[in-house]
Write a protein that binds this ligand. Sequence first.
Ligand SMILES: Nc1nc2c(ncn2[C@@H]2O[C@H](COP(=O)(O)OP(=O)(O)OP(=O)(O)O)[C@@H](O)[C@H]2O)c(=O)[nH]1
Length: 601
Amino acid sequence: MSTVPQDNIRNFSIVAHIDHGKSTLADRLIQATGGLTDREMKEQVLDSMDIERERGITIKAQTVRLDYKAKDGKTYILNLMDTPGHVDFAYEVSRSLAACEGALLVVDASQGVEAQTLANVYQAIDNDLEIVPILNKIDLPAAEPDRIKAQIEEVIGIDASDAVLISAKTGIGIPDVLEAVVTRLPPPKGDPDAPLKALLVDSWYDAYLGVIVLVRIIDGRLKKGARIRMMRADAVYEVERVGYFTPKLVPVDDLGPGEIGFFTGSIKEVADTRVGDTITDDKKPTAEPLPGFRPAQPVVFCGLFPADAAQFEELRAAMGRLRLNDASFSFEMESSAALGFGFRCGFLGLLHLEIIQERLEREFNLDLIATAPSVIYKITLTDGSEVELHNPADMPDVMKIREISEPWIRATILTPDEYLGAILKLCQERRGIQSDLSYVGSRAMVTYDLPLNEVVFDFYDRLKSISKGYASFDYHLTDHKPGDLVKLQILVNAEPVDALSMLVHRTQAERRGRAMCEKLKDLIPQHLFVIPIQAAIGGKIIARETVRAMRKDVTAKCYGGDITRKRKLLDKQKEGKRKMRQFGKVDIPQEAFIAALKMDD
Ligand SMILES: Nc1nc2c(ncn2[C@@H]2O[C@H](COP(=O)(O)OP(=O)(O)OP(=O)(O)O)[C@@H](O)[C@H]2O)c(=O)[nH]1
């Protein structure tokens, strides 16, 4: 039996704005405590998936257990929970924080407090965590630790006088971080003699071990061979393996109060486990379950279709595989007149959508067509009933609609003052309603209420480009509000293309319609005939462009006899063909579907 005194345990997360150095710090802590030898220490151990590594973002919360011999001569067990930094995955931050007593708040000393610093630290405060401010990147000449300390005190309202100054990159200050964890964060306080009570923090599928469940023990002990009950799911399992990660998997016989580790049992699917559920002893259950979490709800939907219809079954299997480890990704079969069979998929946000699409294409070698992303609309019909609309193609007859409501968000944007004007203009154009404007040092902090549908396409990209990357952004959903929404249809060669239709606000319809037609005109290659491209609301055409006809022989352009040039042109044409879909008589290239939706304003 492992008997770890709770006084020697510290459970903590690292919270930060994206790119402020959370993963680099986590790796340093693992390295400094010898969790991995130098040879095993690959860059950014905690970001395990390839795509995460390439994009430099952390998606799945992971936990490692570190042994640390402190200056007081005692050995401590430090459980470090990594948390994702992007708004799409905010719910994963909240569930990791619920399993900890403390948080390290990492702020880039050259940049200062950003939108997600605030969002994440407020979550930590809401969870009653003890917070240790850490100023990272002090190796940079632009670092201004004193100014940033003052900013943390002013904006967040926590004491930053003894913030730890570090460079996660060079290693400066790492021993101070470890000491701060031990001396400044409280130990867990569970009752070892009470019935088992554990929080289900996360679960994922492993090819060798099956479903692995990550738990934080609150009271009692989780033992190998025990029969446990998942209280909300109302399911009983026998515990087969118990252990923890260093990040290597280390089996033990049991876990006691305050410990974070995993178990496996005969659990078939990740879907059988509910994050936030309470795990207890089947025979001797705890009286009160833990409060639990709200499940993560998909907020953005789009259709994913195989570019080659023969890949439909492969796509279904690949999606099933991805869902094993990502319960927040949902899909159901859909058929479209233009695209054939595919799936309607739900995501936590646009980044989540892009990551899933990329993984399907890369890991499973599929060629996909994604339709316009859509939010969830609530439609009240004239008979008083209410329906949820995930797909503009399913919109009921307008005569039967009494009211359409759309989801709204509350967005917080932090920006250097010089970009404020352009940002306010952008929010205004996207139907935003300003609710607050204040200053954080020399930077403006503005709060806007915005319709989610105006944000999903390209708001973040636009914000980044008009602020040269300096503005930061965070949001959460607030409620549904009625809006004057209409269905914008795109007709190519007089045929409606469902995959390009979307709901838009009436005031935006013309601008969007025109922009879509202009984009498509450039994206659709010339054919042997003239192709009209039209945008319409109901039967009314609001914009029109034309793709002119071309001459048949593409090589005719290459006057003279340069054979390599001819070959190149033909190859290019062939490549283009592979990625096209036929709509009636017209070939539309795959990238048109997403590209057409990105507005340049
Ligand atoms: N100069 C300097 N660069 C650093 C330091 N710490 C991290 N970086 C760099 O900052 C960038 C972001 O670091 P990450 O650790 O990936 O940031 P993160 O906060 O984990 O980002 P997400 O995982 O995407 O949330 C990387 O290019 C790091 O090499 C530091 O102390 N000094």
